[in-house]
Ligand binder design. Structure first.
Ligand code: AMP
Ligand code: FE
Ligand code: FE
Ligand code: ZN
Length: 288
């Protein structure tokens, strides 16, 4: 490991809405000079085993997931993402909730496609589901169908207000965020709130909620993320300091579904060590 290890704690593979397979992802992480990478697909651990099998020499893999949550303190409820690291992938209650959310993703995707088709837009659900190739299906897969149909040019455009960002945006049945924090901790995992101030993605939650989550077991906040402005990053750092939470930075790499590169933002080794120290779900960090 280099003197100051390069640590990226948030990436996606084809197990959800990334475009590199788990094996390609860990190879790309090593090639881009990372010492530690976390695989954090949406609502699934399906990428863990193939990533582990392909782990290049010198790279450490943090097994994780990004859990689709909702805060029910406002109407309509606010969607948010919880990164969970090193939890037991066989913890029954968490496994059941993740399976339920994946099913909700399929159900919601099909309803979005029905709305598009009702407006005469020629996209079809079986093809979109096939595009997800068994991984957690999400709006980026529908965005690809809109691009294939020539209706939009980019994923960013597909997430605009005329498309998946508003007009054809439907909620899915996520996990109550307090329940998710407790389930992750009960499974020996370490929960970190992903991109908590990303206003460009939609509504965000108040700091008071983050304080309440810290009280029930939230471990950290992702501060350095491309969807945060410099001021938002500074705000998240200050809030973490006040609440005694650790701070992470990460790329949220999605392959060609986004432009951000692996290692674009990184996490300090001290925060990484704290995550490892708090985890008891999977034993040890896998090293290639
Ligand atoms: P879903 O989980 O199906 O609600 O889709 C959310 C996913 O879409 C996120 O995890 C990102 O990968 C992607 N996403 C959200 N907003 C944008 C955006 N503005 N541009 C590109 N991708 C986005
Ligand atoms: Fe995503
Ligand atoms: Fe996210
Ligand atoms: Zn993500």
């Amino acid at each position: 490991m280099s003197a100051r290890p390069r640590i990226d704690l948030h990436t996606h593979s084809t197990a959800s809405d990334g475009t590199l397979s788990p094996a390609e992802l860990v190879r790309a992480a090593a090639e881009s000079g990372l010492d530690v990478v976390a695989i954090t697909d949406h609502d699934t651990t399906a990428g863990w085993a193939p990533a582990l099998r392909a782990l290049p020499a010198g790279l450490s893999l943090v097994r994780g997931a990004e859990i689709s949550c909702r805060w029910y303190g406002e109407e309509p409820p606010v969607p948010l993402h919880l990164l969970a690291y090193l939890f037991d992938p066989d913890a029954p209650e968490l496994v059941a909730e993740l399976a339920r959310v994946r099913a909700a993703r399929e159900e919601r995707g099909e309803r979005i496609v029905a709305l598009l088709r009702a407006d005469g837009i020629d996209v079809n659900w079986p093809e979109i589901l096939a595009g997800a190739a068994g991984g957690s299906v999400g709006r980026p897969h529908i965005a690809q169908a809109l691009i294939r149909a020539g209706l939009v040019a980019t994923t960013t455009e597909a997430f605009g207000p005329d498309w998946l960002g508003e007009r054809y945006r439907l909620p899915k049945e996520d996990i109550d965020v307090f329940h998710a924090v407790r389930l992750v901790r009960a499974a020996g995992g370490v929960p970190v709130f992903a991109h908590p101030r990303a206003t460009r993605r939609g509504r965000i939650v108040p700091d008071a909620l983050i304080a309440d989550l810290a009280a029930v077991g939230l471990a950290g906040l992702e501060a350095d993320h491309e969807d945060h402005s410099p001021a938002e990053r500074a705000h998240v750092r200050a809030l973490a300091g006040e609440l005694g939470l650790l701070v992470t930075g990460s790329s949220d790499f999605h392959g060609t579904h986004k432009t951000v590169r692996l290692g674009a933002f990184t996490t300090d080794p001290e925060a990484y060590e704290r995550i490892i120290a708090e985890a008891s779900g999977v034993t040890g960090i896998a090293s290639g």
